[in-house]
Design a protein around this ligand. Structure first.
Ligand code: Z5A
Ligand code: MG
Length: 214
């Protein structure tokens, strides 16, 4: 049976993830393809509100504690996400577990430990990595005042995202030059997405199945 495609959009701060996610959603709807958009962190849930307070430096949390909250924020949506895909709706996610692993690893936590809580989540069929140099991203109106919004952190994160894509265990990973004009980025995003426009055969995969054995 054909199900919806699960598409993740990742990238640095200001790389244009939300812009491209909204544009892709609009195009899917215009083409008559049922589609839904989720954003992580989802700051609307009780867990998301704790993450929001942390990111805005209104709360202090241990690095491991906030990492687990980011993961729990995905797990609380996992069943709904699977149901939506099974119903034939394509799901777009603005950030996902790759952000979780990469941001916490760049803070010094062990990579394997960072992956473990997200192992078993629905695995994307395609991840679009919007790649941009941090200095180029900063020129888009400057970084905000949230944690991680500084060039040194973004440079480490960019390197770790690139390694994640090359590792081969992130599934299908397409790097898009996000430094181009919005329309050019949208064209590249559509080219990568198009093979999934008619949906996907077979069950949704599991993320990082070999990370936690048992
Ligand atoms: N985080 C984590 O640590 N662990 C996790 O598990 C998860 C996340 C899921 C908040 O994320 C932080 O949480 C984030 C990672 C961490 N920290 N950092 N960095 P967020 O998703 O809430 O915030 P963000 O995505 O990083 O920021 P953003 O500003 O929403 O970025 P964006 O969505 O990529 O960009 P945008 O809003 O689409 O565009 C930014 C501006 O650029 C805007 O004015 C656009 O009009 C403009 N723009 C967009 N595209 C272009 C082009 N092509 N040319 C010129 N200008 C453009
Ligand atoms: Mg955004």
């Amino acid at each position: 049976m054909t199900r919806g495609a699960f598409i993740v959009i990742e990238g640095l701060d200001r790389s244009g993830k939300s812009t491209q996610a909204a544009a892709l959603l609009a195009r899917l709807h215009a083409e008559g393809i049922p589609a839904a958009l989720h954003k992580f962190p989802d700051r609307t849930t009780p867990i998301g509100q704790m993450i929001d307070a942390y990111l805005r430096s209104e709360a202090e949390l241990d690095d491991r504690a906030v990492h687990l909250l980011f993961s729990a924020n995905r797990w609380e949506l996992a069943a709904q996400l699977n149901a939506t895909l099974a119903a034939g709706t394509t799901v777009l996610c603005d950030r996902y577990a790759f952000s979780g692993a990469v941001f916490s690893t760049s803070k010094g936590l062990p990579a394997a430990w960072c992956r473990a809580p997200d192992a078993g989540l629905p695995a994307p069929d395609l991840t679009l990595f919007l790649d941009i140099a941090p200095e180029h991203a900063r020129a888009r109106g400057g970084y905000g005042a949230e944690r991680y919004e500084n060039e040194a952190m973004q440079a480490r994160v960019r390197e770790l995202f690139a390694r994640m894509g090359e590792s081969g265990d992130a599934g299908m990973w397409v790097t898009v030059d996000a430094g181009q004009a919005q329309d050019a980025v949208a064209r590249d995003v559509w080219t990568a997405f198009e093979p999934f426009a008619r949906g996907v055969e077979g069950k949704v995969g599991q993320l990082w199945p070999n990370t936690v054995q048992g």
